[in-house]
Design a protein around this ligand. Sequence first.
Ligand SMILES: *[C@@H]1O[C@H](CO)[C@@H](O)[C@H](O)[C@H]1NC(C)=O
Ligand SMILES: *[C@@H]1O[C@H](CO)[C@@H](O)[C@H](O)[C@H]1NC(C)=O
Length: 337
Amino acid sequence: MKCAVILLLTSSCFTWSSAIYTPNRAASKKLKHLLEPPVYPEVAGRRGDNVTLPCILRSKPSHYKIKWTKLQPEHVGPENIIMISNAHAFKPYGHLGQRASLRKAHTMDASIQLSHLELEDGGTYRCELVNGIEDESVDITLRIEGVVFPYQSKNGRYRFTFREAKEACAEQDGILATYSQLYRAWTEGLDWCNAGWLLDGTVHYPILHPRPVCGGELLPGIRSYGPKDKNHDKFDAFCFTSQNSGSVFYIPGSFSFEQAVHACQRMGAELALVGHLYAAWRFRNYDQCDGGWLRDGSVRFPISNPRERCGGIPEAGVRSFGFPNKTTHLYGAYCYR
Ligand SMILES: *[C@@H]1O[C@H](CO)[C@@H](O)[C@H](O)[C@H]1NC(C)=O
Ligand SMILES: *[C@@H]1O[C@H](CO)[C@@H](O)[C@H](O)[C@H]1NC(C)=O
């Protein structure tokens, strides 16, 4: 009642009340100016790629601005704005703004181009038409094509707090995976019986072949521990990485860790990171039936064509020998250049 009275007197109450109903409005009202549903609900690209997130006008109000924001999963800056543009000016914001431009393929095109995609760019984006009367928006998901890999500390199982898990992924050329990345990896064959942190602070593990020691005989799926105490609880990590600009190669030998370091250096390269090896396996079908040292001191090998004499596991994957004593002279070297 009070509001209705004010509403007659001032338009600010009107603005205020319409803001409250935004979710309903988005769900129920047909958009007048923006093409909906968007041209594609999801756009995918690998790290380093350039992509276009489509946003097309059906009709133009006389005055308007286009505002692009990133909604998920993490905050990119004040109000998560990437750019605001009107007929005359284009203003970029934050680190995403530096890599953003408007496509402007035609006069009704408000699509945004993002160049040199980074792992963190995945998520939901919003294209908003702001005309001061009735703002409209459409949401588009950008999916970074990549690979999820479980990562365990060299000190053993369940040694990472949330922050340590984040750092461990970064050290292996990755970031903590999101739930949707883990879910997709599970559909693509990831079965892992150790729980790991995800980007949102929850802890999960993916099971394709249910077994008593891995959460019992439930149906296959993602087992969840829910949100955990980021400062005190300790688990492994699920990391996510994508294509990179280098290449991975193997040097055969019976090296200690130090010798493997030098073997790569002689080739103008460095020992590869775990993320490098997974990316080579995922994007180049890298297959090498020999254990080799990696920079973190672990020994692994990538298998794309599973066969009896290579670990004997029927699924493709990157196999691990854990973290052997660095003085053992048994393994080759995986280098990255
Ligand atoms: C991506 O866009 C940048 C300019 O923003 C350009 O220099 C680069 O060559 C493009 N890369 C690809 C792979 O198209
Ligand atoms: C590694 O092996 C060497 C030689 O056998 C031994 O002296 C050393 O203590 C071992 N290191 C660890 C951490 O087990």
